[in-house]
Structure formats: structure tokens, C-alpha cells
Write a new protein. Sequence first.
Length: 276
Amino acid sequence: MADDWQNAMDHAVALARRAGEVVREALQHDRKVMTKSCSVDLVTQTDQKVETLIIQSVKEKFPTHRFIGEESVAAGEVCVLTDSPTWIIDPIDGTTNFVHAFPFVAVSIGFSVNKQMQFGVVYSCLEDKMYTARRGNGAFCNGEPLQVSQQEDVKQSMIATEFGSSRDPEVVDKIFSSLRNILCIPVHGVRGAGTAAVNMCLVASGCVEAYYEMGIHVWDVAAGSLIVSEAGGVLMDVDGGELDLMSRRIVAANSRTVAERLVIEIDAFSPPRDDK
Ligand code: LIP
């Protein structure tokens, strides 16, 4: 069975590269922007085209596998993670970046069996960085091994987060209160690439010590979660409990020390779950 997953991973890498070409080509043209849950939750024809390309190709090669895809769920497919081999796909993570040609846009493909991630592929397609991880085999960027930062003092740390796509004033207040608390620890700085997947790869690369966000979806973080843990990092919920990929909340850090220090400062809220 192990070889099957390696075949699937090789296919995911090839598909992510092909999807990246589609994204780069689309950036040369006008992008027709549509909205989903609210006026700042954006989608383009390229998101839909890339997701279709990936799902069709996987269906041909692995006809029994299941899918959770951002645009399929937006179109009404159920979002339930079962024990079956499941591809968890974000065709463009960083759609708002893509719309504005802000240069961090990723194709994210995670693969889970028995609700456990087996491999993760994040292709940051404008940087041409292919991040990969296979359970038990480490994490890599363009073939080079990744290792999280060894810095355990949060006051010497750089933290990544995002503002998300909710403009509900109560949610925005909690996002700002968390941000204020963390800035005032104080930390060296707070950054955000505009894509959860890339933020997680920055944790895995040691460029930031941690990333946290509330309001993300399973397809934003599935692949990145394995890349972080295979690079030596830790994952947890924003209340310090075990990570639940469907809960829409995450802390990904270089160490338990940094993660648990951030958890104290996060003003947590619970967005509606992905599987509800
Ligand atoms: C985005 C995430 C980002 C978050 C946005 C959005 P999309 O994913 O990667 O971290 O802040 O609200 O969910 O929609 O570009 O795939």
C-alpha cells in the first residue's frame, strides 16, 4: 500500500506543477472575479478550472479515491472526512492575492487515509517553490530538507497570521485583540503571506516561528499541516487542545513552547465547522 501512496504523491506533485502553469498563465490576463460567502470571499474561473483539472486527472488514475475541494464544496458537495483515501484540494490558496497579483499564490493538495495525512504538496507557483512532505519521510522545498526554527523564546520570534475573510465586527474585534496581545508580548514582528498554505511552509522553513488563524478551512491547511510536522513543528488548536482539521482553527509552530505561549494570548472564537 505504501507504494500506492508514493504513486499518488508523485501524481500530486505533477498536477500541482501543471496547475501552477495555469495560474501563471491566467495572471497575464484579466481575471473575472466572483464572490462566495460574502463580498470579500473571492473566487475566479481559474480556481474552478484548476480544481476540475486536478479532480478529473485523479479520478482517472485513482477511481476509488474521494475528494474535498474548496470549489466543489462551494458548489454544494459535502465536506466530510472519512477513513477512505481522500484528496483535500485548494486549487488557489491566496485567491485574493491572485486577484491583485500579490505574489504569493499556492496550489495545495493534501492526501488523507484513516483521517491521517499521508502526504502534503504545496506549490507556491509564483516563487516556483514546491513544498512536499510524506508521513515519516520529512519535508522538503524543491528537494531540499526543511527544518523549523530552533528559537523557543517567543520574544525573539516572528509570527504569521491573517485577517481572514469575515468582516463581522465581533470576529474582527477578536482577530485584532489576539493580534494586539501577541504583538505586545512583544514578538519581533507579525507577517502574513495572504495564504495559509504558504504561511505554514514558512513555519516549516524556519522563516517564522509560528502561524495561527481562525476562519481557515480544511483545504487551506491539510497539506501544510503535514509539511510543518514533518519539518519538526507542532500543531494544535487555538485553545491548546488537539488540532481538528475541520474546526477552522489552527496554531502551527516550531515548538510546543512557542505554540502554548501564543495560545494564552489568542482571543479564540469558533467559526462554523467545515463538516457541519
Ligand atoms: C485563504 C486563506 C487565508 C485566509 C483567507 C482564505 P483562499 O484561502 O489561505 O489564510 O486568511 O480568508 O481562506 O480562499 O484563498 O483559498
